[in-house]
Design a protein around this ligand. Structure first.
Ligand code: NAD
Length: 409
């Protein structure tokens, strides 16, 4: 099943319960615009390369479209389309006044020099500057892009349109970026894990956690959960998994990654494989690395009874069915990792107001947006007797449908 089909599958499940007609489904699922551009660029060695870039604008009934920009060798239209629609449902579930979009360039980001990356980025903006903007479509970082990339995009876009830093979020903090943007997704994962456990009447100190992926999202989630006294018994990254049943010293692991760039060589725990980490006997499993890591073949081995989808699409629909029927609670990605887009929204709001918030305000507002989103989903799930994922999709598509209806379609 391709990425777009997986999103469609979850969408249809919710639309079936809402009894939405085929025409309405078609309206809500079809992207408004799909742009594919050629990016001819001279590489450092003088060679001319023609890269392909995409921007898919899925839906703007609830507000300007919002979504990241990914530089990765596997980027294709199907993936970008799927991620664009996920953004529509993600912004709707936490009730941000946005629609959804996504973009990407098919290129291996780690093989590019900084100058090459800058040239590619500026050329891409030359091609899409007229379809993005603070009131139409506001990009943000994703895999292979970062705050500097966002600063180049802003600068190039402003050459056509004049000063307006609200055109893009995830900018450097000293260049109209928001305090707390970098930690936001992981912090949000931590906040939501805490809410979920509270709802279930479980205590952090008696809850064991395994986190797959100790990058931006996984490490910030780990930090907050550790500070909240959860027992994190396993973490992992591309170098493998690290396990200590007594609980890993997370500050030590964070210092190690800061110094070494990864967990490679971390001696504070026993080495295990990434596959073994997924199958650990823990209360909470947080996949925070890649999509599709839990699938029909390994779902039977998962022993955690709570999964928090920090990554996008870590649980394949085949595994989702199996796990839900076994009673595993899955907090879906569109809610679990919405902390990033929420603080992006705060950045946009600050830019529009030409006013800067402090870190405490950002954290407080993040907590309040995510708590509301969580309560909405939990309540719908309980009232309708559906999974948290179906509840999240039901809320989102109803909100988008209402906006579409009021807009006269
Ligand atoms: P990142 O690149 O900072 O970290 C990814 C981590 O996963 C790294 O530690 C890497 O070593 C590890 N990893 C890579 N391959 C692995 C493998 N095969 N097994 C185990 N670990 C592996 O990326 P990130 O920003 O932390 O994003 C992680 C996930 O969260 C992605 O799916 C991303 O789409 C999603 N996400 C991120 C944000 C955000 O704001 N950063 C927002 C929403 C969703």
């Amino acid at each position: 099943m391709k990425a777009f089909e997986a999103t469609q599958y979850y969408f249809d499940k919710a639309a079936d319960i809402l009894d939405f007609s085929p025409e309405i489904r078609q309206l809500l699922i079809t992207p408004r615009r799909e742009v594919r551009v050629e990016i001819p660029v001279e590489m450092d060695n003088g060679r001319l390369e023609t890269l392909i870039g995409f921007r898919v604008q899925h839906n703007n009934y609830r507000g300007p479209m919002k979504g990241g920009l990914r530089y990765h060798h596997e980027v294709d239209l199907d993936e970008v389309r799927s991620l664009a629609s996920l953004m529509t449902w993600k912004t709707a579930v936490v009730n941000l006044p946005y629609g959804g979009a996504k973009g990407g360039i098919k290129v291996s980001a780690q093989d590019l020099s900084r100058r090459e990356k800058e040239r590619i980025t500026r050329k891409f903006v030359d091609q899409i500057h007229d379809i993005i903007g603070p009131r139409t479509d506001i990009p943000a970082p994703d895999m292979g892009t970062n705050a500097d990339t966002m600063a180049w995009i802003r600068n190039q876009w402003e050459k056509y349109n004049g000063f307006d830093p609200a055109v893009i979020t995830g900018k450097p903090v000293d260049q109209y970026g928001a305090e707390g943007r970098e930690e936001a997704t992981g912090r949000g994962v931590g906040i939501l894990t805490f809410k979920m456990l509270q709802r279930l009447g479980r205590r952090p100190a008696e809850t064991t956690v395994a986190i797959q992926g100790f990058g931006n999202v996984g490490s910030h989630a780990g930090k907050l959960l550790h500070e909240s006294e959860f027992k994190i018994v396993a973490i992992s990254d591309i170098s493998g998994g690290y396990y200590d049943e007594q609980g890993i010293d997370i500050p030590l692991a964070l210092r190690h990654t800061l110094r070494n760039g990864s967990l490679e060589g971390f001696e504070g725990a026993k080495k295990i494989s990434n596959e073994a980490l997924l199958a650990l006997d823990v209360n909470v499993l947080i996949p925070a690395a890649l999509g599709g890591v839990i699938h029909a073949e390994n779902a039977g081995e998962i022993r955690a009874d709570i999964i928090i989808e920090a990554a996008n699409g870590p649980v394949h629909p085949g595994a989702d069915e199996m796990l839900q029927s076994r009673g595993t609670l899955i907090l879906p990605d569109i809610l679990a990792n919405a902390g990033g887009v929420t603080v992006s929204y705060f950045e946009w709001v600050q830019n529009l107001q030409h006013y800067k918030w402090g870190l405490n305000r950002v954290r407080q507002e993040l907590d309040s947006v995510l708590s509301r989103g969580f309560e909405d989903v939990w309540q719908t799930s309980t009232e309708k007797g559906v999974s948290l994922r179906t509840a999240a999709f039901m809320i989102s598509i109803q909100r988008v449908y209402r906006a579409a209806e009021l807009a006269g379609f």
